[in-house]
Design a protein around this ligand. Structure first.
Ligand SMILES: Nc1ncnc2c1ncn2[C@@H]1O[C@H](COP(=O)(O)OP(=O)(O)OP(=O)(O)O)[C@@H](O)[C@H]1O
Ligand SMILES: Nc1ncnc2c1ncn2[C@@H]1O[C@H](COP(=O)(O)OP(=O)(O)OP(=O)(O)O)[C@@H](O)[C@H]1O
Ligand SMILES: [Mg+2]
Ligand SMILES: [Mg+2]
Lengths: 264, 264
């Protein structure tokens, strides 16, 4: 199917990595072939899914893949269905690379070429996967622009708190610009609340405001704050205990909604 | 006194802006002259302290201040004791500006000159304030490097969760590099846990690990998660109700520890 989906927002700590990781894991457990693409130099997705430090993947990351326009030597297989293109600190040189090395190498002065590096890279393997899920850093810089341009669908990840909500407009503007100038077929699949404090009135208020302003774009599924989810980030996802089932159920509901929206 | 203190970590959403905002407000309420410096293009500190959207300050921000090496035309007075140097989206062009405009304008090829732009800018007014508090974005890019180089003291802001803890080493490495090459007098004042989930075992575990690895560097004060604090981000800080007193007490304890450490 080769459906690429990115998870972004320029606000920090809203749950982008956690949603990308658990969604990748769930889709793979359902038998879909999944490539999880870490495009944040922090390497959190890499740590989450591989159980290894990003430093274990030095010089074998999405950065090398982009420089060579081929991800195949750098994809690591976590299971039959779940593959990972890791990230590590050197990826922080991505913008520098685009301007100092990639741009001078281009024959024509194509301003948009800087934004399609990741897309060209993932195109080499896109048909080999059902889903390619891309984790993005908390800013609207070159990694996010490339991530949007490489996506068939974009998920905006929200925390139901005011600063995250404030960041929505600017994210959507940026996506529109990518649609207009770089990738006319990328679409917003929806706005997901990935950390909701159930008992906080402010959380309810922000979610309500999101639903008023963005209506059916907002996913029905709301992922609540559960400490079990924090434990997965280093211990790995497990589906054994009751806290596991309560935590994963919310992400399973999201995955069902996501599949319905992207497969229609 | 002219003490500059930055609040940083490249992990998103750990509480940098909230700590910078409430610390600024508390010090000002104690009679200190405070300049709050927003150096994150998201403008969250600007929204928090001014009550206005960052877009209300277009072309009157820390970016203009840096380009002109003078913040005075752009400092806005929120009260007698609390002044703000705002930030807004155009600040995302800071790195571009450093490489495309500032660097070519330098007579000597001084690699470190790119890192001292904010310091030179704040030096113009440093003596007019007791404290200059700098809020930084969630990455180790040019704004954070400039923020560290402009600081007498750096506070690392932690959320007691694994990914934030993982980010500590790289932050401290970066600070050491700044100490070595750019600003020998900048010092780490300490590591502050700014969002602690009291009942989560993982939160206790991470805090304990921080205390084992970094010992007296870790502030004794731990700021717990309280939804009242989220409400301040748009409504402004208030000190009226019981939830206010419970929330602000933790930041007051931090401010006392901070003052002891920087004034010794
Ligand atoms: N539903 C949830 N319940 C509890 N904790 C969560 C939940 N989702 C994420 N977290 C925790 O919140 C923190 C931030 O999440 P995460 O790192 O996934 O966000 P992010 O948007 O990728 O952050 P960044 O902007 O730094 O990349 C992590 O410590 C994570 O374990
Ligand atoms: N002690 C606390 N209790 C409850 N909520 C908090 C606390 N500290 C911060 N928050 C909330 O957590 C979210 C993240 O905080 P904040 O924006 O200050 O972090 P940040 O590190 O500046 O994020 P970024 O990396 O995006 O700049 C905000 O919605 C804020 O209101
Ligand atoms: Mg992340
Ligand atoms: Mg912030």
């Amino acid at each position: 199917m080769g459906i690429s989906i990115s998870f972004g927002l320029q606000k920090g700590g809203v749950g982008k990595t956690t949603v990308t990781a658990i969604t990748s894991w769930l889709l793979a457990s359902q038998g879909y072939r999944v490539l999880a693409v870490d495009f944040d130099s922090q390497g959190n997705l890499t740590q989450f899914l591989s159980g290894h430090s990003p430093y274990d993947f030095v010089h074998k990351t999405s950065f090398e893949a982009c420089k060579q326009q081929d991800p195949r030597p750098y994809i690591t297989s976590l299971s039959d269905c779940l593959h990972l293109l890791p990230a590590e600190d050197f990826l922080s040189g991505f913008s520098r690379y685009l301007f100092d090395e990639y741009k001078p190498s281009l024959k024509a002065a194509d301003k948009n070429a800087l934004n399609t590096v990741l897309r060209n890279t993932l195109d080499v393997v896109k048909h080999e996967y059902d889903y390619l899920l891309i984790d993005l850093p908390p800013n609207l810089g070159d990694q996010t622009l490339n991530g949007m341009a490489a996506s068939d669908w974009c998920v905006v990840v929200l925390q139901s708190e005011p600063f995250a909500f404030d960041a929505l407009d600017r994210y959507l503007e940026t996506l529109e610009a990518i649609q207009k100038h770089v990738n006319p077929s990328v679409r917003l699949v929806g706005i997901l609340t990935a950390i909701q404090d159930a008992r906080a009135a402010i959380g309810q208020f922000v979610l309500q405001q999101a639903r008023e302003d963005y209506e059916e774009l907002v996913f029905d599924t709301v992922i609540r704050r559960k400490s079990r989810i924090v434990e997965y980030s280093h211990m790995g996802i497990q589906a054994k205990t009751r806290p596991d089932r309560e935590a994963l159920q919310m992400y399973e509901d999201f995955v069902e909604e996501l599949k319905r929206r992207v497969q229609s």
